[in-house]
Design a protein around this ligand. Structure first.
Ligand code: GLA
Length: 577
């Protein structure tokens, strides 16, 4: 029977001193058929533990409706099969560059506090997500050794009664392993995010000596643990691709271990932000800094890259970790790739026509309802209104677009308006004009005080200074586009869906590029892969082999801005510069 404990200021496994050498790998960012390979890569890098978050919004899409609850347990079993212990961080908030930091959009910004209404939602979620794993993996003898309370709560608030409620709730639900909190390594984070009797850990990317000294000042007796060693970073659309020098990262890892600490490498393997799950950040240290949506890749410049291949960082980390572990398995082979190819779309259907099949029934409202009011987590919403007449032409102002809008006046594209853009075009409309605004949502902010933001046409549309009232609204979820019928030909005018077929002898990984196309979404055999955008930095989308099949495959993409001519399959990723 395996017992992980904290005794005498050190971690112990079955009584013997033990150093946790962990790596983050999120089950929801990697196709389940690839878990085994990625977990084996973690072991081969020299790790003995895997860490995962649990994203609430993936598992409870609407209040009281739960899905995919079996995945966490299956992942923990897969980890055990590869000889790995596990750390679980069930939230309710996870940050993680994940839409809204994992909080369901339907919570619409309820604060992370001991507010009873919020806690009732949290408790209902934990009641669903924990029991299947506490029974098997989190009780003594299972492979889960630690469970986290909230996530970097000190970056957000100071409600210790909330943290206490969560910690007590974990114990009450049968979690017997040590609990912990994790926070930035500074006084204000640690005094906001820790509670007595629960292990405190710190998160950082460099200067481990300083970070551990900050932790020590608050917790002289806790064993040292860096719960997130940021060995890489993530990217935002329209910004530069971020990388971390492998030698510098390996040096920091070495210094963490030399301090006698345990570590969780964030990320050991990042994977991808599937579908519309990527979050967003605020620039700088200001609460309302510019909103920056996160790209589809979550490669993270991690030691194991997005397709599971070892990078230079992997080999350097393996060398460091080899000094702290006795058994270092061979490195698994990297799965093969499809040969490069150029593919031409064979069919198209205009978005408006597609909406007749895919959109929810029309809703009528005096003011434009938000996505959340429409019960739409992400996707597109078409708002239609009319300008009364007769009257003079005047400019139209979209007060707050979340996040990007195509504005049509009498059926003609008049402007594309983007949230936070410096210049916001004001198309002109006269009396009797039909004004249509097609709004696309992107990631919800996942860090800081602005969690829970709403999407849509906030503040409505003004004609000069007058509100236009009366909207016919159609919501288009993007999960399922299987009902579309494509017409042969490729001369579709965006916005339109395009169909491209791909013949495959044997499924393998590939990188999909859409050179010359503008902005949109891609589905592989009906599965929404994610967003693409010519703004970069990401220019190829990783397509995991399990999404493909031997024979004919269907690639559907929705192009919103500009049609290119071909799609390309490539053998190397292009995450930008
Ligand atoms: C924080 C969060 C993580 C992640 C990292 C940055 O430490 O706890 O979830 O967002 O930042 O990648």
């Amino acid at each position: 029977m395996r017992v992980f404990s904290i005794d005498d200021g050190s971690f112990r496994l079955d009584g013997a001193e033990f150093r946790v050498l962990s790596g983050a790998l999120h089950y929801f960012r990697v196709h389940p058929e690839q878990w085994g390979h990625r977990l084996a890569m973690l072991r081969a890098m020299g790790l003995n533990t895997v860490e995962t978050y649990v994203p609430w919004n993936l598992h409870e899409p609407s209040p009281g409706e739960f899905r995919r609850l079996e995945e966490l347990g299956a992942f923990l079993d897969a980890a055990a099969a590869e000889g790995l212990l596990a750390i679980v961080r069930p939230g309710p908030y996870i940050c993680a560059e994940w839409d809204n930091g994992g909080l369901p959009a339907w919570l619409t910004g309820r604060p992370r506090t001991s507010d009873p209404e919020y806690l009732a939602h949290v408790d209902r979620y934990l009641d669903q997500v924990l029991p299947p794993v506490t029974e098997r993996q989190i009780t003594r003898g299972g492979n889960v050794i630690m469970v986290q309370v909230e996530n970097e709560y000190g970056s957000y608030g100071t409600d210790h009664a909330y943290l206490r409620h969560l910690a007590d709730g974990l114990v009450a639900r049968g979690v017997e392993v040590p609990l912990f909190t994790s926070d930035g390594a500074a006084d204000h984070y640690l005094t906001g995010g820790t509670i007595p009797g629960v292990l405190a850990t710190v998160n950082f990317g460099s200067e481990p000596e300083q970070a551990f000294a900050a932790l020590r000042a608050h917790r002289p007796d806790d064993p040292l643990f860096c719960m997130e060693f940021w060995c890489g970073w993530f990217d935002h659309w329209g910004q530069q691709h971020v990388t971390r020098d492998p030698r510098d990262a390996a040096d920091t890892l070495e210094r963490i271990l030399a301090a006698g600490a345990s570590v969780n490498i964030y990320m050991a393997h990042g994977g991808s932000n599937p579908g519309t799950r990527a979050g967003a950040n605020r620039a700088g240290d200001q609460p309302d800094g510019a909103w920056r949506p996160t790209v589809t890749s979550y490669d993270y410049d991690a030691p194991i890259d997005e397709r599971g291949a070892p990078t230079e960082k992997f080999w350097l980390f393996r060398e460091v970790l080899s000094r702290y572990t006795e058994d270092l398995p061979d490195v698994p082979e990297t799965p093969p790739l499809l040969p490069p190819a150029t593919l031409h779309p064979a069919g198209t259907v205009p978005l408006r026509q597609a909406m007749d099949v895919l959109a929810r029934p029309e809703v009528v409202s005096p003011v434009p309802p938000t996505f959340e009011e429409l019960g739409l987590e992400h996707g597109l919403v078409l708002y239609r209104t009319t300008v009364p007449g007769p009257r003079e032409p005047h400019p139209l102002t979209l007060r707050e677009v979340r996040d990007r809008a195509h504005v049509y006046v009498d059926g003609r594209l008049a402007a594309v308006v983007e949230r936070d853009a410096d210049d916001r075009p004001q198309p002109v409309a006269g009396g009797f004009a039909t004004v249509e605004v097609l709004v696309e949502s992107m990631g919800r902010t996942n860090y800081g005080p602005l969690l829970g933001e709403r999407k849509g046409l906030l503040g409505g549309v003004l004609h000069r200074l007058q509100y236009l009232h009366g909207y016919a609204v159609r919501a288009l979820p993007l999960e399922d586009v299987s009902g579309l019928t494509f017409e042969p030909g490729t001369a579709g005018e965006p916005p339109a869906f395009f169909l491209t077929t791909l013949e495959v002898a044997e499924p393998a990984d590939t990188f999909l590029a859409l050179p010359g196309w503008g902005k949109g979404y891609v589905w592989i055999n009906g599965v929404l892969l994610g967003r693409y955008w010519d703004r970069g930095p990401q220019r190829t989308l990783y397509v995991p082999a399990p999404l493909l099949r031997a024979g004919t495959n269907e690639i559907v993409h929705l192009e919103l801005d500009r049609a290119g001519s071909a799609l390309e399959l490539r053998e190397t990723p292009d995450l930008g510069t």
